[in-house]
Design a protein around this ligand. Sequence first.
Ligand code: ADP
Ligand code: ADP
Ligand code: MG
Length: 483
Amino acid sequence: MIRLPKSNGSKRVLIANRGEIAARIAKACRELGHTAVGVWTDAEPNAYHLHYCDEWVHLPGKANAETYLNVKAILEVVKKHKIDGVHPGYGFLSENADFARALDKAGVVFIAPNTEAIRVMGDKATSKALAQKAGVPVVPGTAEAVPTVEGAIKVAKEIGYPILLKAVAGGGGRGMRACMNEDDVKKNFEAVGREAKASFNNGDLLVEKLVLNPHHIEVQILADKKGNVYHFFERECSVQRRHQKIIEEAPSPFIGDDEKLRKDICETAVKLAKAVNYDSAGTVEFIMGEDRKFYFLEMNTRIQVEHPITEEITGIDLIVCMIQSAFGDDLGFPSQEWITRSGHSIECRICAEDPITMLPAPGKVTGFETNFPQGTRFDHCIYRDLEVTPDFDPMVGKLVVTGIIRDVAVRKMRAALDGLHIEGLKTNIPLHKVIMNEPKFCEGHYSTNYISETKPQDMINCEFDHSSIYSKLAAIEARQLGL
Ligand code: ADP
Ligand code: ADP
Ligand code: MG
């Protein structure tokens, strides 16, 4: 019988984030017997995640720059509240090498990989160069910034059109532009550079071959501080809008039963993680062409939004393991082969956005009820009176279902979406409902062009389901009263 490895004792963990991920991390701390210290700001004094924390710290201010992105203020909290470790969640300071270095200097554990891994992987040029050196296939193009439009045109001629101009510091699907020909490059080069400089304070651009009808397939990695690196299979994240994921599933329907390809992509991810001495949870993202050839895109040196689907098919709590790894505890996995998967899991990102334009739609929740089928998990930050402001990510929850095979998972997701009632807020639930009934998605035949080609937003029946759970309850009551 395998037994739990010994832990290094109870720690004080600061959760430098908000929303569903902060609540998720607090629950993992509770399981491990650590004290979860949550952060609240003037923008959100009643934040959902605080209910799951053991202690609360106030960071004054409303704007993220004053609070969750304020390195100085967070370092002061760390000192004042005798914090042993900081979990950054995703976004905010999660991939900030300067913050990692400052914590290192203060002798505080950053629940993330080592600073050098964050630095190298945080830049799409240095990470690409490292991947190439490690023998990992990369997308044809440059592995260093191209400073001039003439330089970009020269590379484009060599690799052939269409190409993609991509900010080395980009993230969240921003800082990217496809160019079909030389004129496009001339038109876009400076503009993309300027946008990148404004968004990421770095205007450097890469030139990359645009892979046609590709699949975004990524591999979950978990490593400890002793040189053990494990993979937890792949996720398919090709349902995207504006290069941002909205639906993810594991395993990938495109890889399907091709166990050789699965093994190849997973082992390639492990090879890259080892090359950068990776020692935490992370994700290696690949782009896979129609010909099933795959190329390294980037590595996210943090926990990702879509980690739950991997947890559901492997039965491993990635955040618990990430915290254990950071404090130098053993993960306790006997071998890679010991990690297995079963079933199929799908995640729909529930966002406060217009389902047709897919643009953020801030607002206030006036009602919230759920009635889910067996096999559903809802990681969220929703409560009655929650106000979604333009300052925060519009994602308010992640609806995750798991079934024994993909068809069952799709069926469950339809039922779960029907059982999710969020009132007062415009959400993309109607869009997810259409996709879960759309034949191409149901068959598992889709690439990253799915939304632009299939246009599920045009199939939304505006009459869809605006019925209120409260009006339903009122109807039941009326019937009972014989009205
Ligand atoms: P990915 O799309 O790479 O899987 P996630 O979806 O896990 O990443 O992203 C986590 C969150 O952080 C998302 O809300 C995303 O928009 C945001 N994000 C990630 N990187 C950046 C960045 N460099 N700048 C702004 N937002 C980012
Ligand atoms: P980010 O840091 O914003 O997540 P990525 O490099 O991971 O940037 O790319 C985000 C998405 O953009 C991918 O999932 C994919 O849909 C698209 N993309 C990126 N590079 C390419 C490429 N070379 N060819 C085709 N699509 C790409
Ligand atoms: Mg990415």
